[in-house]
Write a protein that binds this ligand. Sequence first.
Ligand code: URA
Length: 436
Amino acid sequence: MRIVDIIDKKKKGMELTKEEIDYFISSLVNRSMPDYQASAWLMAVWFKGMTEDETACLTEAMINSGERIDFGELTNRIVDKHSTGGVGDKVTITLIPLLAAAGIPIAKLSGKGLGHTGGTIDKLESIPGFSCALTTEDLKKQVKEIGVAIGQQTGNLTPADGMLYALRDVTATVDSLPLICSSVVSKKIAAGAGNIILDVKYGSGAFMKTPQDAIKLAELMVNTGKKLSKPITAVVTSMEEPLGRAVGNSIEVIESIDFLKGNIVTGDIAELTYDFAKVALMLTGRFLDEQTAEDYVKELIHSGKAIDKFKELIIAQGGNPEVIEDYNKFDQPQFTIEVKSKTSGYVKKIDAYKVAYGCKLLGAGREKKGDPIDYGVGVFLNKKTGEFVNSGETLYTIYANDSTKADLCKEYCTQAYKFCEEKPEKLKPIYAIIKP
Ligand code: URA
């Protein structure tokens, strides 16, 4: 078999066999195939797509590229949640300690920033000392000891996804249904949880721009799970505007800490976290009705159990737990620029992609594979959709380490805001739930 023939076949839109897909993935992982051939294949898949059978074969080959964690009798109690990527999407950081505090074991493999979207690993690693580079053994041990661990696809866990993910990020091949599906589902199955919940996003800040495309992706993921004998629940949610107010890395962790301390009780971050917590608590059979589940979740926050669990997680993964009380322990940006509104009216819309692009220009994301991240930079949205702003009031705040980059970011964020005279209608965070 030759890689060039596999690329050529996909370029012509033909269906690849299981053997060809296995050969492609093993050549990637044993490094006999150069990055330029892998990139050409990714672009061919982006243009020509894959059938459901090909997608399942690719997912399986990616799982088999490394180890699979076996949690034994704990498997059916373990929950894993993953988002297809958004802007300001910190729901993993708000949800995971909450579920762990509820006694639901969590084993999660997260990703780094991809395309314009932020990555949970980059966000968590903005906590000084925090590391997601856990081995399979570390991950298992930590879940057994403290009930929660967040790792990444290093070394022996889905190495094929680690390699393709980094290439997709810099070759404009992220927003492809089979590539997103295989990337997410392979990591989730390899990580060994019995209950997988996926947050499939649509909107300007997501890879899928419309709810219809997000539903297609959600169905593909649920069906791929079925073909590989793993039940997956997919929740389709909006990413038309950034989630919460903070977009960046450390500022998103700070917003999550505020939520876990009980300082944020309304708004999209709170609503979506409660909604996902309810889905998880009901999926694992802990509660049968939503209201009781929600009351219980709120009590975990109110009692301090959720933030205590986050502190335990930070300590277990080498981070400095003082960040919880003292936000100055995070990297501090040099400049804080409050941008004032030139308009009075209701915020009608905030284009999540434009805000993400502005943040990337500040250094919150990567331009090319392996670039360092500037953890302290980002944008805080003082005003969100549906809120009234007076001319001269602060609309958003830029945290930057370079004034030229801050000016560029300002251009994008200012363009992102649209205003109207009437208060706009509020959208529900969840659009649809697709069950196995
Ligand atoms: N998250 C992933 O892990 N992979 C993708 O392709 C998109 C989001």
